[in-house]
Ligand binder design. Structure first.
Ligand SMILES: *[C@@H]1O[C@H](CO)[C@@H](O)[C@H](O)[C@H]1NC(C)=O
Ligand SMILES: *[C@@H]1O[C@H](CO)[C@@H](O)[C@H](O)[C@H]1NC(C)=O
Ligand SMILES: *[C@@H]1O[C@H](CO)[C@@H](O)[C@H](O)[C@H]1NC(C)=O
Length: 505
């Protein structure tokens, strides 16, 4: 019953009144309760710091003061005389309130004095005091608020070293608190990082970078996992078998080498089979060449672009569903980032997307996109593929995966090229494609990319399409050259730099 001690020392002059209180009110004194352990909240989220008085009683006539440790008069929220008071630390204005913990708590009437805080920031991390006082006493309790931020999905990037091993780097940003990074290979074996570095950005969030070396004979998949003590964790993987190549400057060549090796193995198997003439020789050729979900083994080595163009479609950009930060020419063929747009966040600007106005629900469809212009270098940033009709592009890579209805190849400047497979795979392409051909085979569930100038197959993605599929374009930020669809005749009001269309069916 410490309620009385304070009152007695503070209000000696009205001792008589207090004595009356002793006799009448102390029976209804209370204690303040909070849950054990810290409350962990995501940066940007809304959180409730639970606090209630026990035994339950109406708290409407009490004073409720929420403050941070050591800042009694600098309140987060002050409720007194039946109202929330205006005196409050500025950073908590308009984002703190007394909010019942649940519908069943009865709110203030039921003694629930929980504090709700909106748009949590890292600076909100503190020891919060929940202090409640009434005419006949007071009590308080402490509750720790911890902020946490899950960073971006780790991006892995393998580079061949001279000794045949690979230098695989992993980076991720936007974490809080400072995360740990762990490397594992496919057998769950831990790999030792050669270096780990952390960086703290101005907004207080951490980024982490690490690299390690691995021999392709030791592992197929290398995985990098980033996690915090608050339980956030994200993992990225790279299939290093699909990347290693004899010519380190051109990992795409590795795919072709794989294709050729498979073809040779197939031939050898066929010869063996014929030679032995035994059913036992019927083992499927090429099963040893499984290379992950992306590479296509049955790719014709000699690509005839004219054959692909038999499936050409006239694609235009759908003006109605376009990111406000993009500009489209009058003929709906050219798209680029608006000059007013400044990309501040790290990573590719996935949200800057435009969709084709044409929808496909079956069959084969082909279109070409020009990524260079005379006397200018090929674009560094672009994202080209297909998406489910009606999709909206999120900012984050995790929002544009195949399971969300997106399939694309992305050129992300010096980060290289990657398809949006759920397991990240990185490739570097030289030279940069100046014109990209896209073949959508809806019924077979294939999406293929070609470099038109070199008549080269780049990549095949396997999937199963459902509903309407539309072309997807994203010009990235900062390139001189726009992204231009070139698969149909030029309209009369075409912008400067439009070339004569290739296709005249
Ligand atoms: C709080 O809201 C009021 C009225 O909506 C507004 O005038 C004031 O600027 C806001 N204060 C802060 C700190 O956001
Ligand atoms: C591996 O790559 C990182 C950059 O991601 C670089 O800092 C490091 O020096 C490279 N290590 C070797 C052995 O090349
Ligand atoms: C990070 O690693 C250090 C040292 O290995 C360890 O003490 C700490 O608990 C780890 N933190 C997390 C979040 O795993």
């Amino acid at each position: 019953m410490h309620c009385l001690c304070l009152c007695l020392t503070e209000m000696r002059s009205i001792i008589v009144l207090l004595l009356l209180n002793i006799l009448t009110d102390c029976s209804v004194s209370f204690t303040v309760k909070v849950p054990p352990g810290p409350v962990v909240a995501h940066v940007g989220s809304t959180v409730i710091l639970p606090c209630w008085i026990s035994p339950a009683q109406n708290a409407e006539a009490l004073e409720i003061r929420w403050y941070r440790h050591g800042q009694f008069s600098n309140t987060v929220l002050l409720y007194r005389h039946g109202n929330i008071q205006d005196e409050q630390e500025e950073t908590f204005r308009n984002r703190s309130s007394l909010t019942p913990l649940s519908d069943l708590s009865g709110g203030l009437k039921g003694g629930d004095v929980s504090l709700q805080l909106e748009t949590i920031t890292i600076q909100d991390e503190a020891l919060f005091h929940c202090y409640v006082s009434g005419d006949n006493g007071y009590d308080s309790a402490e509750l720790e608020l911890k902020a946490t931020a899950p960073g971006s999905a780790p991006v892995l990037f393998p580079r061949p070293l001279d000794d045949g091993r690979l230098n695989v780097s992993c980076s991720s940003s936007g974490w809080y608190p400072e995360p740990n990074i762990t490397w594992t290979s496919d057998q769950g074996k831990t790999l030792r990082p050669a270096a780990v570095s952390h960086h703290r950005a101005a907004d207080g969030l951490f980024s982490v970078h690490s690299w390690t070396t691995v021999s392709p004979s030791d592992a197929q998949l290398v995985s990098c996992s980033v996690s915090t003590t608050t339980g956030e964790s994200k993992e990225g993987k790279v299939d290093i078998q699909g990347i290693i190549s004899s010519d380190s400057s051109d990992p795409w060549k590795a795919l072709f080498i794989t294709v050729i090796i498979c073809a040779l193995l197939g031939l050898a198997a066929l010869i063996l089979y014929k030679y032995r003439s035994k059913p036992a020789g019927k083992k499927q050729a090429g099963t040893d060449c499984e290379n992950g979900p992306v590479e296509e083994r049955k790719v014709p080595v000699n690509i005839n672009i004219e054959d692909l163009r038999k499936h050409a479609e006239q694609i235009t950009i759908d003006r109605e569903n376009i990111s406000p930060d993009l500009k489209v020419t009058a003929d709906c063929k050219c798209v680029r980032d608006s000059p007013e747009y400044h990309h501040t966040a790290e990573g590719f600007p996935y949200q800057l997307c435009a969709f084709g106005a044409q929808r496909f629900t079956s069959g084969r469809h082909y279109w070409e996109v020009e990524l260079a212009r005379e006397n200018t270098p090929a674009k560094n940033y672009w994202l080209i593929g297909v998406a489910k009709h009606g999709n909206h592009c999120g900012k984050d890579r995790s929002a544009v995966t195949p399971s969300c209805g997106f399939w694309f190849l992305c050129s992300d400047g010096e980060n290289g090229f990657y398809p949006n497979t759920e397991t990240p795979i990185y490739l570097s392409v030289t030279p940069r494609p100046e014109r990209l051909g896209v073949l959508l085979d809806y019924d077979e569930g294939l999406l293929q990319f070609y470099s038109v100038k070199e008549s080269k197959h780049l990549l095949t993605m396997h999937t199963r399409f459902s509903d309407s599929i539309v072309p997807l374009f994203n010009p990235g930020v900062g390139d001189i050259c726009p992204l231009k669809i070139v698969d149909c005749p030029v309209e009369e009001d075409s912008p400067a730099g439009v070339t004569v269309p290739l296709l005249n069916n």
